[in-house]
Design a binder for this molecule. Structure first.
Ligand code: LMR
Length: 339
């Protein structure tokens, strides 16, 4: 995204702030990169609906799905410049902003399921992490679930060695980079909007995703194999431009807080089922072969991937990692030593 374009957006935002007095609706541009028919896409639409209802038209939420406004990296830049007001980037995408702590969520096998995850996202550790965004001019409002990732590729994946030397698309997280290297594969970082084409043309051999993302981007049509590894988590932090949020009339902000609380409950109540439905749809399509690894096969992935925890503990922060382990009961570093 050209910087000039962003600046024009930021100026437009400043103009809209000064328009409060003139009774013009306050516009919240909410940009994201996935399809509308995903947990995040549906939650964004839900937020729009309740926010506009509670504020009785004083706030207008414009949702831009599927990278139609900005791609991954650009959207964070746009938020800090004030060209958009709200985003829900994946937790794997905060590193380039200088907030590496969120990459703890990317550590392989760190959560055993949604209940484990919620012990972090719905507790004090999750809040502490959101607070790290404040010095960047960003307010973290909530965590929205998506789901657990599986590997897909144009070759069958049964064991870690199958991935050796193959190119895999990853998000911008250094933990994910280390994860792929631990499997001796070649990580290729790229924006979400570019993944389908990269898979189709063979620029990369495979990728990792919760099934809702795989299905709604039609990646299963260009991936012959899907192995249900559930080896890591992908979810979101809903964030706003801090100056914008603090500049809102107090009563409006209170209504938006209420709308966000409900949207968060909604998001986190649909994510699991959305992913199950997406898996059923991928199965029904017959376009990709779906494989469920045995316990022994999954253990082999754990053995290969647990060492990423100790490798990355300094990057994400030892104390933070300890707090996450304490909340979930995962002793992943010890597990690596024992395996
Ligand atoms: C990805 O880039 O794979 C995901 O972060 C996309 C998303 O927002 O779920």
């Amino acid at each position: 995204m050209k910087r000039r374009h962003l600046l024009v957006g930021a100026l437009a935002c400043a103009a809209s702030l000064s328009a409060y007095a003139a009774d013009a609706p306050i516009v919240i541009k909410f940009s994201h990169v996935v399809a509308t028919d995903t947990p995040k896409g549906r939650a964004a639409e839900f937020f729009k609906k309740v926010a506009e209802e509670y504020t009785q038209g004083r706030v207008k939420v414009e949702v831009y799905a599927n990278s139609t406004l900005y791609k991954d990296k650009e959207e964070l830049e746009a938020l800090t410049l004030g060209a958009v007001q709200m985003l829900a980037p994946s937790l794997a995408k905060f590193g380039p902003l200088g907030v590496k702590e969120f990459e703890a969520f990317d550590l392989p096998f760190i959560f055993d399921g949604y209940d484990d995850l919620h012990k972090v996202t719905q507790g004090p550790v999750g809040r502490q992490m959101l607070d790290k965004l404040e010095p960047k001019g960003i307010r973290g409002l909530a965590y929205w679930d998506n789901g657990f990732k599986s590997f897909s590729a144009n070759f069958p994946i049964r064991k870690p060695e199958d991935m050796k030397g193959k190119k895999f698309r990853i998000q911008s997280s250094k933990v994910l980079d280390a994860q792929m290297r631990a499997l001796s594969s070649l990580p290729q970082q790229m924006a979400f909007s570019e993944v389908y084409q990269a898979l189709q043309t063979g620029v990369v051999d495979g990728t990792e995703n919760p099934i809702s993302n795989l299905y709604t981007q039609k990646m299963h049509e260009v991936q012959k194999h899907l192995t249900l590894t559930d080896h890591g988590y992908l979810g979101y932090a809903v964030i706003v431009n801090k100056a914008f949020w603090e500049g809102l009339p107090k009563d409006v902000r209170a209504q938006l807080d209420k709308a966000m609380k409900e949207a968060t409950e909604y998001a986190n109540s649909i994510a699991k089922k959305d992913n199950e439905d997406a898996l059923a749809a991928v199965k029904a399509s017959g376009r990709t072969e779906i494989y469920t690894p045995t316990k022994a096969e999954r253990d082999a992935f754990k053995k290969a991937l647990f060492p990423v925890h100790s490798q990355m503990q300094d990057r994400v922060g030892r104390d933070l990692l300890e707090s996450v382990y304490k909340a979930t009961g995962c002793h992943c570093i010890k597990a690596a030593e024992q395996k």
